[in-house]
Design a protein around this ligand. Structure first.
Ligand SMILES: C[S@@+](CC[C@H](N)C(=O)[O-])C[C@H]1O[C@@H](n2cnc3c(N)ncnc32)[C@H](O)[C@@H]1O
Length: 286
């Protein structure tokens, strides 16, 4: 059988369409680019090239993993976040586009408030692959960043990413429950905590991604509640809390916010689909 790149690609697309992969063409291309270490331009320029028997066999294996439902980011071990490339594997949640919004609003606030020096420590709670903490450490080189996670395996991935971006000396990765392992008072707490109801999560997400990264208890609010109560005891005033929230949690998390910080100013921000996904609690006036 011929193993020209374009034929491999069309067989892969056919296989992925058969399992109702909505992004079959894109996925087939990304996997072939990954395997052959090609850019997209190289792939298109070399569609008529012969691919070795061995590479073709390997490609079939990768496509089959995708056909079984495995996310592309785990197959290729990469995910782009804020235009940076991060290593990911099944020890961590795959960073989502909504989290880029959280980081953008957080960045804006840090600049607005002038909290760009070492007197204004930041904590990323539930750091996972480390994307939030590492982005902020790169963006604000003078700020001390702490990043916690209950999962020691996730922290290994985060540290690998921090080493890659040479910020390991400026981000302290700490294992433990929420804010527990952070001994000093933070100015800003940013978090994309587990906020889903596990039973309602898309089956392939629940099957492949760490459940500890998803499970927010029976209403998805358990971690917000516990975290806000910890924050109340520790945050510097003035201070800021920046949360990613589930698309239907705006009211519930806003109420929790006012419960713990009655005088705070709470802002909600929408994603491109018009859903509230970022909640900022300004505790300056608490
Ligand atoms: C939704 S993921 C977010 C990962 C990453 N920050 C991101 O945005 O891609 C939530 C993370 O919180 C961690 N986590 C869950 N419960 C925790 C707890 N009680 N204390 C600290 N981290 C926790 C999980 O291990 C997971 O890495």
């Amino acid at each position: 059988m011929s193993h020209r790149a374009k034929e491999l690609l069309s067989r892969a697309v056919e296989r992925l369409v058969a399992v109702r992969d909505n992004t079959a063409q894109l996925d087939a291309e990304v996997l072939l680019m990954y395997l052959l270490d090609y850019s997209r331009a190289q792939l298109y320029a070399r569609l008529d090239d012969e691919v070795s028997e061995q590479a073709a066999g390997r490609y079939t294996e990768l496509v089959e993993r995708r056909a079984q439902g495995e996310p592309i980011a785990y197959i290729t071990s990469h995910r782009e976040f804020m235009a940076l490339d991060f290593y990911v594997d099944r020890r961590v949640l795959i960073p989502r586009p909504e989290t880029e919004l959280l980081v953008e609003y957080t960045t804006k606030k840090i600049i607005e408030k002038g909290w760009t020096t070492e007197e204004h420590p930041i904590v990323d709670v539930g750091t996972g692959s480390g994307v939030i903490a590492i982005y902020l450490a790169l963006r604000f080189p003078k700020v001390r960043v702490f990043a916690t996670d209950i999962s020691p395996e996730a922290l290994q991935v985060a540290e690998r990413n921090a080493r890659h971006y040479e910020v390991l000396d400026r981000v302290s990765f700490l294992q433990g429950n929420l804010l527990d392992p952070v001994l000093e008072a933070p100015r800003l707490i940013v978090s994309n905590p587990p906020y889903t109801v596990l039973a309602q999560v898309e089956p392939n997400v629940a099957r492949y991604e760490p459940n500890v990264a998803l499970d927010g208890g029976t209403k998805g609010l358990a971690i917000y509640r516990e975290l806000l109560s910890q924050i109340k005891a520790h945050i510097m005033r003035p201070g800021l809390i920046a949360f990613e929230i589930g698309s239907e949690q705006a009211n519930d998390v806003t109420n929790l916010g006012y419960h713990f910080f009655p005088g705070a100013k709470i802002e909600l921000h929408k994603d491109y689909a018009g859903l509230d996904r970022v909640l900022l609690i300004d505790v300056s006036r608490d």
